[in-house]
Write a protein that binds this ligand. Structure first.
Ligand SMILES: Nc1nc2c(ncn2[C@@H]2O[C@H](COP(=O)(O)OP(=O)(O)OP(=O)(O)O)[C@@H](O)[C@H]2O)c(=O)[nH]1
Length: 163
């Protein structure tokens, strides 16, 4: 199996400039955020929505990667990890806590090995909204006045006091 990886610019300001052809022929998605940067976690919903809007459905294997584990020292980062695990669970994504700077680039290899294994499973191709049993339905997210999702970790949303 040959895997071609496309690394998109993760910052929010680049999201709308992602052109249509980036979304064509996508067979797997790895969402990566920086555990030391709460905004990068908060923006995951936008990227996930973006993928949905480009018809990348639940049949596409997805992984959620919480990177820079070597820098986790704050309570905020620990809370983000808990919330990220939960987010991955409700969206049926594999979850990884990684460090690209760890001694062996901890877990990084296994992200792609697991994704490749899942692709092998779905290759051949399981049609539309996946017949994997136990695949959870998309949760209903309430969008708050701030434009952020109410059940999303975000240090900018009203009433949030993580720190
Ligand atoms: N300590 C630590 N630093 C990391 C880790 N991963 C990346 N970095 C550092 O974080 C900085 C940004 O890394 P990039 O690989 O450019 O991040 P990116 O995800 O491509 O960023 P975008 O342009 O937003 O897509 C660099 O200085 C990296 O060396 C990690 O696991 N631990």
């Amino acid at each position: 199996m040959q895997i071609q990886l496309w690394d998109t610019a993760g910052q929010e300001r680049f999201r709308k400039s992602m052109v249509q052809h980036y979304y064509r022929n996508v067979h797997g998605i790895v969402f990566v955020f920086d555990v030391t940067n709460p905004t990068s976690f908060c923006n995951l919903h936008l990227w996930m929505d973006e993928c949905r809007q480009h018809s990348l459905g639940l049949d596409i294997p997805r992984a959620l990667v919480c990177n820079k584990a070597d820098l986790v020292t704050s309570t905020t980062a620990s809370v983000i990890i808990v919330q990220a695990r939960h987010l991955a669970e409700v969206h049926g994504m594999s979850f990884y806590l990684t460090s690209a700077k760890g001694p062996k680039g901890e877990q990084v290899d296994s992200i792609f090995v697991t994704l490749a294994q899942r692709l092998n499973l779905v290759d051949g191709r399981v049609p539309s909204a996946l017949s994997w049993s136990g695949y959870p339905p998309r949760p209903r997210l309430q969008q708050g006045r701030s434009g952020h999702f109410d059940d999303c970790f975000c240090d900018n949303r009203p009433g949030s006091s993580l720190g």
